[in-house]
Design a protein around this ligand. Structure first.
Ligand code: ADP
Length: 163
C-alpha cells in the first residue's frame, strides 16, 4: 500500500493546498495530511479548526477518487511522523523559487535521518501558485476579498474571525 504524507500548518487550508491534495491522491492509496501543531508559530486557527476545515475539503476528494484521506495532527519531527503513519513518501508543494532553498535543505537533512523516505514535489495549477496562508490571513484581516484564494467554508470562517 502506497502511503503519502502531506505535511503543513494549514492555517488555514487554501485552494493551493486543495490543488496539491487533488494531485497527491492520484499517486497514493492513502494520503495522510499531517497538520503541524506549531504552537510557536502562533496560528490564527486552533488545531481543531484547522483539522475541521481540511476534513470538509477532503470528503469530496476522497469520494471522487476512492483514495483514503486521513488527517493527522503531529508535533514531533516530520520524519518520525512519516515513520509513525507508515509513509514511504513525503509530499510537498513547490511555489516560487523562494521555497526551493528551504525545501532543498529539508530534503537533504531528512534523507540523512531516513534514506528510505522519498520527498516528492508537486506544483499547483498556475493560478493557485501565488497563494500563501500568511497573505490570505493578512488580506482577510484588512477586510479584503479572499474568495478566490480559499474554499467558501474557509472564507466564512475567516470573515467570522475578523469581525
Ligand atoms: P508552510 O510550510 O509555509 O507553513 P503550509 O503549511 O501552509 O506552508 O503548506 C504546506 C505545504 O503546502 C508546503 O509544502 C507548501 O509549499 C505547500 N503549499 C502551500 N501553498 C501552496 C500553493 N499555493 N501552491 C502549491 N503548494 C503550496
Amino acid at each position: 500500500m502506497r502511503i503519502g504524507l502531506y505535511p503543513g500548518t494549514f492555517d488555514p487550508i487554501t485552494l493551493g493546498h486543495v490543488d496539491i491534495i487533488g494531485r497527491a491522491v492520484a499517486l497514493v492509496d492513502r494520503l495522510v495530511i499531517g497538520v503541524a501543531i506549531n504552537r510557536d508559530k502562533n496560528p490564527l486557527f486552533t488545531l481543531e479548526e484547522r483539522v475541521a476545515m481540511i476534513k470538509d475539503e477532503c470528503h469530496r476528494l476522497s469520494r471522487e477518487t476512492g483514495t483514503e484521506i486521513v488527517v493527522h495532527p503531529f508535533e514531533n519531527l516530520l520524519i518520525d511522523c512519516a515513520q509513525e503513519v507508515g509513509a514511504q513518501t513525503i509530499i510537498r508543494g513547490l511555489r516560487a523559487v523562494a521555497d526551493f532553498e528551504y525545501e532543498y535543505q529539508m530534503v537533504g537533512m531528512n534523507r540523512m535521518l531516513d534514506s528510505s523516505i522519498e520527498t516528492v514535489f508537486l506544483m499547483a495549477e498556475a493560478r493557485y501558485q501565488a497563494i500563501a496562508s500568511r497573505l490570505v490571513k493578512e488580506i482577510a484581516r484588512l477586510k479584503g476579498d479572499v474568495s478566490s484564494f480559499v474554499p467558501p467554508a474557509v472564507n466564512a470562517r475567516l470573515t467570522e474571525k475578523f469581525t
